[in-house]
Every structure is written in C-alpha cells, then in structure tokens.
Design a protein around this ligand. Structure first.
Ligand SMILES: [Ca+2]
Ligand SMILES: [Ca+2]
Ligand SMILES: [Ca+2]
Length: 237
C-alpha cells in the first residue's frame, strides 16, 4: 500500500497488463438497486445482486455521489464492490457517473455502502448488470509477479506508480538482483495505490487499501502488507 508499482519495470518482467474488453450480455434491471437518497450517517448497508447462471458479473452505476475528500477533511464514506466470496474488487468515494465496475468470476456481486458520522450525499443508483467482462477490469494473467491491485486514490483498477516510492519499496521486498536481493525474492506483489503522485494521501484511502488486502487474502494469496507512511496535516496513519 503505497504510491503504486511500476509493474512495467523489467524487474516485473515488463508486465504489460491491459484491461479486458466490455464483452457480454447486458441486462437492464427491472428494479433499480439503489441507496436511500440521501443515505444516512454511520451506515453500513450491503446490497446483493445474484444472477444464477452468470459466469462473470459486473454492474453499471448511473451515478454514485458520496461525500468527497476536501482539503484536510477526510471521509470514510465508501462503496465497496465485493465478489460472491466477499473479496473487495473495487472501492469508490466522491462522485462518479455512468460507469461499469470491474467484473468478477461468478454470479454474485455485493455492493457495500459504509458512511461516517457527518455529511451525507445523494448515494447511488445501479441500473444494469452484465454477464461478461468490463473494460475497466485489469487482466494480470500475463504478469508473472503481479497478482492484482487497485488504486484507492483515484478509484480505478490501474495501480501504476506515478511517483516512484511504491516501486522502490517493492524492490526492497521483491528484488531478484544477485547483489541487491530483496527480502522476499520469490514473492509476487498485489499493488494498492493509496498515495498520490506528489507523495501525499489520506488515511481513508490507506484504510480502504488495507480492507482490499485483508478481504483478498485468500483470493490473491496475500500474507504480508507493506506500508511505509508518514503523518502530516489532519491525516495521520
Ligand atoms: Ca464526514
Ligand atoms: Ca459522510
Ligand atoms: Ca490509477
């Protein structure tokens, strides 16, 4: 959990992960899946979409409007997208309109709304479901040393490093260089980008990253979380 990882580096075998295509059968939901408008404070509500027979599943939001991070005012208002085994595959905050989530194997998707004790916004509406893959889902299958990841800072599926620190730390952990060998040279990485290009970030994005790792411990075989962070302003971790 850091600024991301430059998985295209030759130490990661020049991993060239791309997104899947938007492919499959889309279906409009007869009954919209949606939060209260506005949602409440201190909420933890899980919505489940179950489509027997689907091999892959993702959902389409017409809009998602949660409390935004604003300067030093952090927020833990989040929507977590979970697969049928309750592994987090995506996390969103703030405002997004008309978008597909990443797709997961299986026929079940959970949408978990978690809010803090102040500031409520309109919430979300889901209008479509797909039996297939979406073009915001990263395909890591060709990458020998990268098992997965997410970008909790930008709310997207691509954790590519735009700073350098995360890649540096990944090297300390994973390097296979004969002279500068890492502490776990045979391990692979799950890259969670929670810190921005200028090296700053928010406690809530780090916490969402921890949630991503713990809920994916089994699916992505995560046994260790590395974080090297400092504290500043009102956002101390
Ligand atoms: Ca708040
Ligand atoms: Ca709030
Ligand atoms: Ca990104």
């Amino acid at each position: 959990i850091d600024t991301g990882v430059d998985y295209t580096h030759n130490a990661f075998d020049n991993c060239d992960a791309q997104t899947f295509q938007l492919t499959g059968q889309t279906t409009l939901l007869n009954d919209l899946v949606q939060s209260e408008h506005p949602y409440g404070n201190n909420e933890e509500t899980t919505f489940t979409i179950h489509k027997p027979g689907y091999t892959n599943i993702a959902v389409h939001f017409t809009n998602l409007t949660l409390e935004e991070i604003n300067g030093n005012a952090d927020t833990t208002d989040r929507i977590y997208i979970l697969d049928g085994n309750n592994a987090t595959i995506a996390v969103y905050k703030g405002e997004h309109s008309s978008f597909w989530t990443p797709s997961v194997a299986g026929d079940t998707m959970h949408i978990r709304l978690v809010t803090d004790g102040s500031v409520t916004r309109d919430g979300f509406v889901i209008d479509q479901v797909i039996n297939g893959t979406t073009n915001v889902t990263m395909d890591w299958s060709s990458c020998s040393r990268v098992a997965g990841g997410w970008d909790t800072y930008h709310d997207d599926a691509n954790p590519l490093d735009d700073h350098g620190h995360g890649t540096h730390v990944a090297g300390i952990a994973l390097s296979q260089n004969d002279t500068y060998k890492g502490v776990a040279p045979s391990a692979s990485v799950v890259a969670v980008k929670a810190i921005s290009a200028n090296g700053k970030g928010y406690a809530s994005d780090v916490l969402a990253g921890i949630e991503y790792c713990t809920s994916n411990a089994k699916r992505l075989n995560i046994s260790v979380i590395s974080m090297s962070l400092a504290c500043g302003g009102n956002s101390c971790v």
